[in-house]
Write a protein that binds this ligand. Structure first.
Ligand code: SF4
Ligand code: SF4
Length: 174
């Protein structure tokens, strides 16, 4: 493909930049009078409704802080099958399985290092019990690295919504 070169002619007389400056200033002032789109986080949260800039919320497919679901008795739904630590590409799930007298498996230790996690959502996809989920949540800042390792109790006490993940049969999420 031929490449065209456009040669810009230099003005052959002195030009004033006042007009261009005024045009730029007019554009600036126009934007000053327009409706603000900046959200004053954290006073205004993404889940809050209209702040004069329209309602805004995280996508239901958002993959953030994990959550372990529990049964009616408040026990973790995890059966310690070992699939999630096996598939986790970041190797950030620690599982030590246990077994009760009836032969039911349960996690003696279940931990996720949220710092190492890449929030791919594979653990949620692979879980046969729909126990572990990535959540629609991102406000999990801490003062120490150790606090980012969520144990079973902490994972189970999370209350935020769980992610719906991306569904290939419904790419638009409708
Ligand atoms: S979201 Fe991905 S990286 Fe994070 S714990 Fe689950 S499988 Fe591992
Ligand atoms: S895949 Fe589900 S049931 Fe299996 S160990 Fe992970 S959380 Fe537990």
């Amino acid at each position: 493909m031929a490449i065209g070169v456009k040669v810009m002619k230099r003005p052959d007389r002195q030009v004033s930049y006042v007009r261009a400056t005024l045009k730029g200033m007019a554009l600036t002032f126009k934007h000053m009078l327009e409706k603000k789109v900046t959200m004053q986080y954290p006073e205004q949260k993404s889940t809050d409704q209209d702040h004069g800039m329209g309602a805004y919320s995280l996508s239901p497919r958002w993959r953030g802080t994990h959550r372990m679901l529990t049964d009616e008795q408040g026990r973790s739904k995890c059966v310690a099958c070992g699939l999630c630590p096996q598939i986790c590409p970041a190797n950030c799930i620690k599982l030590v399985p246990g077994e009760d007298e009836q032969g039911n498996r349960y996690p003696l230790i279940y931990e996720i290092d949220e710092f190492r996690c890449i929030f791919c959502g594979y653990c949620q996809e692979v879980c046969p019990e729909e126990a572990i989920h990535v959540g629609v949540h991102f406000e999990n800042s801490e003062y120490s690295r150790g606090r980012f390792v969520y144990d079973l109790e902490r994972l189970s006490s999370q209350t935020h919504a769980v992610s719906t993940l991306w569904d290939p049969s419904d790419p638009e999420g409708e």
